[in-house]
Design a protein around this ligand. Structure first.
Ligand code: GLV
Length: 377
């Protein structure tokens, strides 16, 4: 049997020249304009798809999977994947992938930019100047907080957190504290110049706190009114992870009432909607979820996602081995075999458990041309 070309859905316009690479192996249905897909539209788009290239805008859970019987792979263009129900994907043995590493430094840059803009009141100063309020130079105009030599806190010490630590320690001579589910090896701590602290110690000690931890239901509103009350009133809070980590109303209240000096936010709980309570404040810098948005990095993310998707569908240069999977199932099943009568055939299922392994199994749902096949161990 000649394996059918997988059908893939691309949920948003990305970079056409990169997405087009999928067409060498797959039939591609790419959405041409930026679209807010309803859950029903996502389910409809996945109905006949073997794979999908999606962004954080599209949520995929049990309902969407139930409508997508052929789906085998989801490539998320982004490092965070809280838009995916990983348990549901694992239950269906759908491979999901993300795009770590390629965006680390760009996102750490943005975290630092927000920290500096908030602490040194950059956007507030600019608005004030443009409003024509600068009548005379004065010694006390826009006094902010120092970055060099201050104490930087990082909540979530993955790759991006470590990038921020390196910038703070090596670039600005900051005293860097971090809190994380698990402590880093001492050699890594030394390399990035950071010291482990308990959560409460972190909150109490730092002059600037950057949130870089992956969002999950367990850390919803980890920065709430109680956490904010433990921070210095002169401190800056930066969130480049996910909006749901912060109780935004408590944050707006703290910023409005002098219990926190400033904030820099790139992510929001209801994005793209931003709470009016935040929009009304002068001491918060707001950017529209642009952490990884440099041209080079966004291209690298799409390239990695395309590689992941093709590989997870068993085609392309890394067939069977997506470079950056996040689900329990990390290899794809490439099927070769001969279709038998009716809808069942016996064939060879390769690459189930890793390099060099071959297994035989039952292949279901092999039909004629244009159909893909799924196999079971
Ligand atoms: C963006 O937020 C990402 O997770 O890559």
């Amino acid at each position: 049997m000649t394996a059918a070309r997988p059908r893939v859905w691309v949920s948003q316009p990305l970079f056409d020249d990169i997405v087009d690479q999928l067409a060498a192996h797959c039939d591609v249905d790419a959405v041409a304009t930026v679209t807010e897909h309803t859950p029903a539209a996502v389910a409809a788009a996945l109905r006949e798809a073997d794979g999908a290239l999606i962004t954080l805008n599209e949520r995929i859970g049990a309902t969407e999977l139930a409508a997508a019987p052929q789906l085998r792979a989801i490539a998320n263009v982004g490092v965070g994947y809280n838009n995916l129900d990983i348990a549901a994907l694992d239950a269906r043995e759908v491979i999901a992938t993300n795009t770590p590493d390629v965006l680390t430094e760009t996102t750490a840059d943005l975290g630092f930019a927000l920290l500096m803009a908030a602490a040194r009141r950059i956007t507030e100063s600019e608005r004030w100047l443009r409003d024509g309020q600068w009548q005379q130079w004065s010694f006390s105009t826009m006094l902010g907080a120092d970055i060099h030599g201050s104490t930087l806190g990082i909540l979530g010490m993955g790759r991006i957190g470590q990038g921020i630590a390196r910038r703070g320690h090596h670039g600005f001579g900051m005293n860097v504290l971090y809190h994380n589910r698990s402590r880093l090896p001492e050699a890594v701590e030394r390399q990035v110049g950071a010291r482990y602290a308990g959560f409460d110690e972190l909150l109490a000690q730092v002059d600037h706190l950057v949130l870089v931890l992956p969002y999950s239901a367990a850390n919803h509103h980890i920065i709430d009114a109680a956490a904010l009350a433990k921070m210095k009133p002169t401190a800056t809070l930066v969130n480049i992870a996910r909006g749901g980590l912060v109780d935004e109303l408590a944050l707006a209240d703290a910023l409005a009432n002098g219990r926190l000096a400033a904030a820099g936010l790139d992510v929001y709980e209801g994005e793209p909607a931003v709470r009016p309570e935040l929009l009304a404040l002068r001491n918060v810098v707001l950017t529209p979820h642009i952490g990884s948005a440099s041209l080079a990095t966004r291209r690298a993310m799409v390239l990695l996602a395309v590689d992941n998707l093709a590989a997870a569908l068993g085609v392309g240069p890394h067939a069977g081995h997506p470079p950056t999977p996040v689900t329990a199932r990390k290899t794809s099943i490439a099927i070769t075999g001969t279709a038998g009568a009716g809808k069942t055939a016996t064939g060879t299922i390769t690459d189930i458990t890793g390099a060099g392994k071959t297994a035989t199994g039952v292949i279901t749902d092999i039909a004629g041309a244009g159909k893909s096949a799924t196999g079971k161990r």
